[in-house]
Design a protein around this ligand. Structure first.
Ligand code: ADP
Ligand code: ADP
Ligand code: ZN
Length: 214
């Protein structure tokens, strides 16, 4: 199974991916996570991407498609892929078609998480993650069960992304509207788009996703 989770920043792609990984043994391929790792490691890609990401603009198609190709090449053929935050442009969607074909894979579904833009700033500015294991949280919608302690690994350290501020979120939303939303018709024409109400509670969204994949 190979699926794309599509939706603007804060739609819940990472949150839903993490649950699919846990329950279905699929692999999450998040270009955002890969780029953040590259920035942290100060690789050539990281050095090129850092300022672009801080502004909330899109990193070049060549860079992100190469990252995805390398990840898929390292995966066993039986492991399903969840594309999270990729593709984000028409050029990336075309590149993904070629990459998948070269790895003998086929796209099963594009799951669009439909959300109101007004809710996104709120979601993004309240987002934080465990510094050790990466588990995602929210100041109001998903607090750790025990205050200050990660549910998953017990760590007491959390972090927030430098680009999760209101100004950058507006740029990221505009990028989504201008460059990413236009790839939906491409997949619609193939009959593989499924829509889920991303405004529902996390568990309800999960049920919607599960209903598509089961
Ligand atoms: P994305 O990966 O699409 O940018 P995330 O999964 O990181 O989005 O979610 C953004 C923030 O919103 C996180 O803090 C997450 O805990 C929270 N969140 C995710 N899904 C929901 C939901 N259905 N309802 C409320 N908050 C949510
Ligand atoms: P979010 O979870 O809020 O949707 P991501 O973690 O997916 O954000 O992406 C963070 C930043 O990394 C983006 O604003 C962009 O600069 C860069 N990025 C991630 N994925 C891509 C991609 N597929 N194409 C271009 N830039 C990307
Ligand atoms: Zn943790």
């Amino acid at each position: 199974m190979n699926i794309i989770l599509l939706g603007p920043p804060g739609a819940g792609k990472g949150t839903q991916s993490a649950m699919l990984v846990e329950e279905r043994g699929m692999r999450q391929l998040s270009t955002g996570d890969m780029l953040r790792a590259a920035v942290k490691a100060e690789t050539e890609v990281g050095l090129r991407a850092k300022a672009v990401m801080e502004r909330g603009e899109l990193v070049s198609d060549e860079i992100v498609s190469a990252l995805i190709d390398a990840e898929l090449a390292a995966m066993g053929p039986e492991t399903g892929a969840i594309f999270d935050g990729y593709p984000r442009t028409e050029a990336q969607a075309r590149a993904l078609d070629e990459i998948l074909a070269s790895h003998d894979r086929q796209l099963d579904f594009v799951i669009e998480l439909e959300v109101d833009e007004d809710a996104l700033v709120d979601r993004i500015t309240g987002r934080f993650t465990c510094a050790r294991c990466g588990e995602g949280y929210h100041d109001r919608y998903k607090l750790p069960r025990q205050e200050g302690t990660c549910d998953k690994c017990g760590s007491h350290e959390f972090k927030r992304r430098p680009d999760d501020n209101e100004e950058t979120v507006r740029t990221r939303m505009a990028e989504y509207r201008a460059k990413t939303a236009p790839i939906l018709p491409l997949y619609d024409a193939r009959g593989i788009v499924r829509r889920v109400d991303g405004m529902a509670a996390i568990d309800a969204v999960k049920q919607g996703v599960d209903a598509i994949l089961d």
